[in-house]
Design a binder for this molecule. Structure first.
Ligand SMILES: N[C@@H](CCC(=O)N[C@@H](CS)C(=O)NCC(=O)O)C(=O)O
Length: 237
């Protein structure tokens, strides 16, 4: 039987979010790996699904092939469809969506730029010191906000793992790749340890394939070079 959800993704912080949800909720899904080195995210067939030409995207075959793009909207859609990882209590639901938005509008873009300038632009010959500092400092500030939020809380909202944690973990946990220190952020580091021990979330971080360099592991130089080469043409310097 055809699986309900078809996920188009790659091994990145945004790309892993729906994988984490689907694995944690034990939902079977069809997966298509989108290969950045072949620019598949900009191909005509893919851009019919996602006008933005970025991953992830899902197609729900059980809902008239309904297409959802934007990782936060995907998590929200899946949470409502499967009634998982989003409270039905109006206040808790709103808090979860607030922290989901905080990730989408803050953590993701700021850490993403810190990573871009250091791991893509610089290795391709375009060193931007001021921009790098700006994004690294802003990322640290945002991690400090998370740290305060996690003081006395197991997860971002209450005691339950939610789509706010699912969205935030792959980004914040990649602090090494953004060269953002988490020193002194004890609550945040405790939350990392908590989620590091969730087997299904950890399994998700290997689908479609692992990228250990994000977490400061593996052959970092080799992985950085591979990653930077994928975007070489996009960097004007
Ligand atoms: N706001 C979007 C951002 C998606 C995004 O930036 N995806 C990156 C990977 S993390 C991508 O597809 N990059 C390929 C490219 O820039 O061509 C979301 O959360 O889904």
């Amino acid at each position: 039987m055809k699986k309900e959800i078809h996920l188009y993704t790659a091994s990145t912080m945004n790309g892993w979010k729906p994988v984490i949800f689907l694995e944690e909720a034990k939902i079977e899904y069809e997966l298509t790996f989108i290969d950045f080195s072949k620019k598949e995210q900009k191909s005509e067939w893919y851009m019919k699904l996602n006008l933005n030409g970025r991953i992830p995207t899902i197609v729900d075959h059980s809902n008239d092939d309904f297409v959802v793009f934007e990782s936060g909207a995907i998590l929200w859609y899946l949470a409502e469809k499967y009634n998982r990882f989003l409270s039905n209590d109006p206040k808790e639901k709103s808090e979860t969506l607030q922290w989901l938005m905080f990730q989408m509008a803050g953590i993701g873009p700021m850490m993403g730029q810190a990573m871009y300038f250091q791991r893509i632009a610089a290795p391709n010959g375009n060193v931007e010191e001021f921009s790098t500092k700006r994004y690294v400092n802003e990322s640290r500030r945002l991690l400090e906000v998370l740290n305060k939020r996690l003081d006395g809380r197991k997860f971002l909202v209450g005691n339950e793992y939610s789509i706010a944690d699912i969205a935030t973990y792959p980004w914040a946990r990649s602090y090494y790749w953004a060269t953002v220190s988490t020193e002194g952020l004890d609550h945040l580091n405790r939350w990392f340890e908590e989620i590091d021990q969730r087997p299904l979330t950890q399994k998700a971080l290997t689908i479609p394939k692992p990228f250990p360099a994000f977490f400061g592991k593996g052959d970092i130089k080799k992985l950085e070079a591979e990653n930077a080469a994928r975007f070489k043409k996009d960097v004007k310097g």
